[in-house]
Design a protein around this ligand. Structure first.
Ligand code: BGC
Length: 478
C-alpha cells in the first residue's frame, strides 16, 4: 500500500471517529447542562428540593435503562442503528425538555433524554473500537472521552452565556442548544458505515472486507478477516444474556464492572460538583467562585484528556492506570488534608483538586470507556459494553447519592450540630475531608485490583484478546 493510501485511510478513520465521538459531546453536554438550568427551572416551576433531586435522578435512571435495553439490540441490529436512534432521542429530547409546559413532562422528557445518554455511552466507544485499526484504537476511542470533557465545559459556558436573571424562561434555550450536536451526529452517522466486525458476525463478509480495505493497511486485511472468521466458526450460537455469564467470560465481566466501579468510586463527580465550594473556600467570591471553578476544572480536564490521547497507545493501558490511580490516591489524601488545615490549606486544596482532575483525565476517564469495548468477544461485545456502561451509571448515582450521607454520618459520629439553614461543610469541613479520604482508600484498593485485572490491550487485536480468554489465561498475562 502506498504511503499516500495509508494517509488517506488514517484520515478517513479519524473522520469516522470524530463524527461518532460527537456522541461523547452530547453525553458531556446533556449531563452538564442541567446544573446551570436548575436554578431557573426551580423558580419557574416553583420546584421543591426533592423535586429537583428527582429530576436529576430520573436522567440517571434513564441512562441505566438505556444502557440495559440497548445492549442486546446493538448485537442484534448493529452499532450504527443504535447510535442513529440515540441521536434522534438526543435531538427530540432536547427539544421536548426545553418546551416542557408542566413538571411531569419535564420529568418524563429528562428520563427520555437519559435513555440516549445511556445507550450512546457504550454504543459510540464500541463503534469506534470496532472500526479502528489496532495500533491507534486507544487514541481513537479516547476521543470519545475527550468530547465528554469538551461537552461538560461547553454546557457550562453556554449556560453561563444564556443565563439571564430577568428572564425566568432562559432555561429553555439552555436545553435547546443540545439539538445542534444531536443533528450533526444523526446526519453524520447516516453516511458512516457499519463496523466490519459486526458485519462479519452476521456473515456479511464482502461488506466487511470492503470497509476493512478502506480503514486498515492492506497487509492486515486478510489476516483480520481470517481471525474474525475463526472466532465466528468457534461460536455459532446466538448472542444472549446467558452467554455473557459463561465461565470463560467471567474475567471480562469483572474487568468491565470493576473499572467502572473504580472510575466512579474515586469520587470524580462529587469533586466536579464540589469544585465551586472549594474555590469559595480558597477566597474566590460568590458567583465568581462558581465560574472560576467550573472553567478551570473543565479546562484542566480537557487539556489532560488530550495528553491521554497521545500517550494511551504508546505507554499502554496498565502503565497509565497505575500512574493515574496512584496520582488520584495521593491527590485525594491531599484534598482531605486541605479540608482539615485551616487558612493555608485553601490553596493547597485547590491545587490538589486540579492535580486530581489531571490524573483522572489521563487514566480512569478514558480507560473506563476504552476497556469495556475491548475485553468482550464480538458476538456479545454489545451486551458486555452495555453492562460496563450501566455499571458506570449505577455507581455514579450511588456515589452522588451517598456523598452527603457519608459526610453527615461522620458529622454525627463527631456530634457536630448543624444549625437550621447552614451547610454541614461550613460547620465541619473535616467531615467532607474525611469522605475524600474514603475515596483515597478506594483508589488504593483499585491499585491492587488493577494489578490482577487490568489487561494490557495496547497493540493487541480484539480477536487476540478473545483468544486469550478462550485459552483460560489471566488478565495480567495478556
Ligand atoms: C465519567 C463521568 C465523568 C467524566 C468527567 C467520564 O469518563 O464517566 O462520570 O463526569 O468522565 O470527565
Amino acid at each position: 500500500m502506498s504511503t499516500e493510501q495509508k494517509k488517506q485511510n488514517k484520515g478517513l478513520v479519524i473522520v469516522i471517529a470524530a463524527i461518532a465521538a460527537t456522541g461523547g459531546l452530547l453525553f458531556g453536554f446533556d449531563t452538564g447542562v442541567i446544573s446551570g438550568a436548575i436554578p431557573f427551572l426551580q423558580d419557574y416551576f416553583v420546584l421543591t428540593d426533592s423535586q429537583v433531586e428527582n429530576l436529576t435522578a430520573l436522567g440517571l435512571i434513564g441512562a441505566v435503562v438505556g444502557a440495559l435495553v440497548a445492549g442486546p439490540i446493538t448485537d442484534f441490529l448493529g452499532r450504527k442503528k443504535i447510535i442513529l436512534a440515540s441521536a434522534f432521542i438526543f435531538a427530540t429530547g432536547a427539544l421536548w425538555t426545553g418546551f416542557a409546559p408542566t413538571v411531569p413532562q419535564l420529568m418524563i422528557s429528562r428520563f427520555y433524554l437519559g435513555l440516549a445518554i445511556g445507550a450512546s455511552s457504550f454504543a459510540v466507544p464500541l463503534y469506534i473500537s470496532e472500526i479502528s485499526p489496532t495500533k491507534i484504537r486507544g487514541t481513537l476511542v479516547s476521543m470519545f472521552q475527550l468530547l465528554i470533557t469538551v461537552g461538560i465545559l461547553a454546557a457550562y459556558l453556554s449556560d453561563h452565556a444564556i443565563a439571564d436573571n430577568d428572564n425566568l424562561e432562559c432555561w429553555r434555550p439552555m436545553l435547546w442548544v443540545g439539538i445542534a450536536p444531536a443533528v450533526i451526529l444523526f446526519v453524520g452517522m447516516i453516511f458512516l458505515p457499519e463496523t466490519p466486525r459486526w458485519l462479519m458476525s452476521k456473515g456479511r463478509e464482502e461488506e466487511s472486507r470492503k470497509i476493512l480495505n478502506r480503514i486498515e493497511n492492506a497487509e492486515y486485511v486478510e489476516d483480520s478477516i481470517a481471525a474474525m472468521k475463526s472466532d465466528i466458526d468457534i461460536d455459532k450460537s446466538q448472542a444472549n444474556w446467558k452467554e455473557i455469564f459463561k465461565p470463560w467470560l467471567r474475567n471480562a465481566l469483572i474487568i468491565a464492572a470493576g473499572i467502572m466501579f473504580f472510575q466512579q468510586f474515586v469520587g470524580i463527580n462529587t469533586v466536579i460538583y464540589y469544585s465551586p465550594k472549594i474555590f469559595l473556600a480558597a477566597g474566590f467570591q460568590g458567583a465568581e467562585a462558581a465560574i472560576a471553578a467550573s472553567v478551570i476544572v473543565g479546562v484542566v480536564n480537557v487539556v489532560f484528556t488530550i495528553i491521554a490521547l497521545f500517550i494511551i497507545d504508546k505507554l499502554g493501558r496498565r502503565k497509565l492506570y497505575f500512574i493515574g490511580v496512584s496520582g488520584i490516591a495521593l491527590s485525594l489524601v491531599c484534598m482531605g488534608l486541605g479540608f482539615m488545615l485551616p487558612g493555608a490549606g485553601k490553596w493547597f486544596l485547590v491545587v490538589s483538586m486540579l492535580v486530581y482532575i489531571a490524573f483522572f483525565a489521563i487514566s480512569l476517564g478514558p480507560l473506563g470507556w476504552l476497556i469495556i469495548t475491548e475485553v468482550f468477544p464480538t458476538k456479545v461485545r454489545g451486551i458486555g459494553a452495555s453492562i460496563g456502561s450501566l455499571s458506570n451509571w449505577g455507581f455514579n448515582t450511588l456515589v452522588v447519592w451517598t456523598f452527603y450521607k457519608m459526610a453527615s454520618a461522620i458529622g454525627n459520629a463527631k456530634e457536630v450540630v448543624v444549625p437550621e439553614g447552614q451547610d454541614l461543610s461550613d460547620i465541619c469541613p473535616s467531615c467532607i475531608g474525611s469522605v475524600f479520604w474514603i475515596f483515597a482508600a478506594v483508589a488504593i484498593i483499585g491499585l491492587v485490583w488493577g494489578y490482577y485485572f487490568i489487561p494490557e490491550t495496547k497493540g493487541v487485536s480484539l480477536e487476540k484478546i478473545e483468544a486469550h480468554w478462550r485459552a483460560g489465561k489471566k488478565p495480567k498475562d495478556l
